[in-house]
Design a protein around this ligand. Structure first.
Ligand code: GLN
Length: 238
């Protein structure tokens, strides 16, 4: 009953499609409490809703046909340019400010209201999340690394930690409103912690790449959000 779209103009969209295809036709669990009160020992009952199809999104028509959208990792400036050229930018602004959307890495950058570390002239941002981000926070010397996350929102799907893969990752430097919930942080040398996962309403963003691992818990969490929106299920802690 759920149709999920993956923005496929550039970047690592195939990896998301791959992990989502493995989740086709399995019952979606509704959202537990973000506080982590819902655990594997105390999971909410699975719904009768299932993921029915995964679609590549390249046109406004394809976007209009999905219940939720994933914006993958890749190169955020390039993605914005291609989306503009294909008449997809305005429909994306409208969709992402209203319907379930999940941005990973470059996708997180595109969803932000402000980004630093962009080239002169900058890039267009969808501004659907009230956050500031810094692109390429860890530079090119430490281009990629892995870190273990404690994300309470995922506990209903299995015990922590979640092993996250960061590739030329951005970081959330500023959260602009109390509507934005921080879902995960990693330890950082100078600032103490860095924010790497946030949610505002039905908009989710992660600085890392869950589609590059075999751990599908963030994908199942997003599916729960999509079901939540489409079928107006109770329990969203926002
Ligand atoms: N550094 C890329 C950007 O700024 C994001 C990298 C990624 O998505 N893995 O767009």
């Amino acid at each position: 009953s759920l149709r999920l779209g993956v923005l496929a103009v550039q970047g690592a969209f195939q990896e998301h499609v791959h992990i989502l295809n493995a989740l086709l036709n399995t019952p979606v669990q509704p959202l537990g409490l973000l506080s982590g009160e819902t655990t594997t020992a105390n999971p909410p009952k699975a719904t009768s809703y299932t993921l029915d199809s995964v679609q590549l999104v390249r046109t406004p028509e394809e976007l209009a046909a999905v219940d939720g959208l994933i914006i993958p990792g890749g190169e955020s400036t390039t993605m914005a340019l291609i989306a503009e050229r294909s008449g997809l930018w305005e429909p994306l602004v409208e969709f992402t400010r209203q319907k379930p959307t999940w941005g990973t890495c470059a996708g997180l950058i595109l969803l932000a209201s402000q980004a630093t570390g962009t080239k002169q002239g900058g890039q267009r941002l969808l501004q659907s999340l009230d956050i500031h981000v810094q692109r390429n926070r860890f530079g090119s010397q430490l281009g990629s690394f892995e870190a273990e996350l404690d994300a309470p929102c995922l506990k209903m799907f299995g015990e922590m930690p979640f092993r996250a893969v960061f590739i030329r990752a951005p970081i959330v430097t500023h959260v602009g409103s109390s509507a934005v919930k921080v879902l995960a942080e990693i330890p950082a040398p100078h600032t103490g912690v860095e924010t790497v996962a946030v949610q505002q309403g039905y908009c989710l963003a992660t600085a890392f790449h869950p589609e590059l691992t075999s751990d599908d818990r963030w994908h199942r969490y997003f599916l729960a959000l999509v079901a939540q929106y489409k079928y107006k299920l109770p329990n969203l802690q926002n």
